[in-house]
Design a protein around this ligand. Sequence first.
Ligand SMILES: Cc1cc2nc3c(=O)[nH]c(=O)nc-3n(C[C@H](O)[C@H](O)[C@H](O)COP(=O)(O)OP(=O)(O)OC[C@H]3O[C@@H](n4cnc5c(N)ncnc54)[C@H](O)[C@@H]3O)c2cc1C
Length: 458
Amino acid sequence: MKIRVIGGGLAGPEAALTAARLGCDVDLYEMRAIVNGQPRLTPAHQTIEFGELLCSNSLKSESPNTTPWLLKEEMRRAGSALLRIADETAVPAGHALAVDRVEFSLRIAEAIAAEPRIRVIREEVTSLVQDGNGPEYITILATGPLTSPALSAEIQRITGSEHLAFYDSISPIVDAETIDMDRVYFAARWDKGTADYINCPMSREEYDRFFDALVEAEAAEAKEWEQLDYFEGCLPIEVLAKRGRDTLRFGPMKPVGLRDPRTGKTPWAVVQLRKENLRADSYNLVGFQNHLKWGEQARVLRLIPGLENAKFLRYGQIHRNTYICAPALLDKHLRLKADPSIHFAGQLSGVEGYTESIATGMLAGIYAANLAQGREPALAPRSSAIGSLVHYITEANPKEFQPANITFDLLVPLEEELRKRVRDKKERHRIQCERALVEFDSWLSSVALTNAPSISSR
Ligand SMILES: Cc1cc2nc3c(=O)[nH]c(=O)nc-3n(C[C@H](O)[C@H](O)[C@H](O)COP(=O)(O)OP(=O)(O)OC[C@H]3O[C@@H](n4cnc5c(N)ncnc54)[C@H](O)[C@@H]3O)c2cc1C
């Protein structure tokens, strides 16, 4: 059975090269092309080349026992074509793997041209329906954060409009250890459920000071093409604030039902912090997605009682990003539950970042090739970095689903007993990575991976 890969960015070429290496014929569609002497591009791509890196040239850390390293190590062991090319085109970048972006794209084009099983078609795909005239094929959709409008409409048609998002709206995350616990309190609104939220209470004066700083704070520059015409449901906090002094007190900073047990009174306004992970070592500021410059966020958010000395692990962001609600739509082989002939990979599938996109492209290529040849491939192990990414995108709460990079939060945590015994965080991470690689190697030997080196040559 033939494979049709749509998208010639990062995930698409990786999927195509992987499937071809495993013996499948692949049609690789890319809409960027020279048409009537003019380049036809997306709003952010500047070339028609495969594997164009849209912004930075870094594939992140190479420091052993970090999660970006672990993900890359797994990809090397599985024979990822794009990672090999990244290694070959690396430029000095300290502990990171950064590439010469022009050379990187060039070598991907060469690898594709050298693969007789891949046919490149420079065309925008707008339909996912198999016309029934030709032989059946498997589709790998890897059209990325800037999927063309016509194809986005087609994806909405087959998945339901509520399952395709066009923006990332991310709230800031704060390191739990840096919250002043004397100034905040745990409570659930109206005491319903367990008191999981940290509440930062504000007096009227504190609220006014915070409000004034917020509405005057400088916004991050939006790229012209981003056209951030926000949905009402995920308005940036500063946009909401500009509608009136009390809008936030009736919205994300609503104090009702959150009486401060220490005073018995309801504060003028409350900022709620929600656990980011089960270990509760980081919290996000509920409803505080924003589009402010990072320095401005630090300045304004530290006016919140309890966060005066907060360390922000991530700042709020809002940017254009097309992605599906993977937990509602995909099975663990990255296939659409409603139509298993359609596989998803890359940023569109709900992962975030260059390396994560390439990794899911590789996995989709392995799965699709095995299925095309009549084998049901074993799932990448949950304990591996790549298995953890898939676990996250398929098992997260669909109502709150946000794309994610690979982090230790997504990996299988160590057992309680071991966590207690091993106090050193670095040592815990080393153990997690070691376990991941052992299980990943054993999975590799169970799936068909023609020509893949079994062990990293680096
Ligand atoms: C502006 C911007 C900057 C980013 N910067 C970074 C960064 O610095 N670091 C990082 O790790 N991540 C970054 N990302 C996030 C992400 O990792 C990259 O977008 C990455 O390129 C995603 O890989 P992909 O293969 O999923 O999508 P892409 O690389 O975008 O590839 C998708 C391809 O599909 C094609 N396509 C779209 N629609 C169709 C269609 N209908 N028919 C045929 N082809 C189609 C597109 O032309 C494109 O070539 C950035 C994202 C954006 C939008």
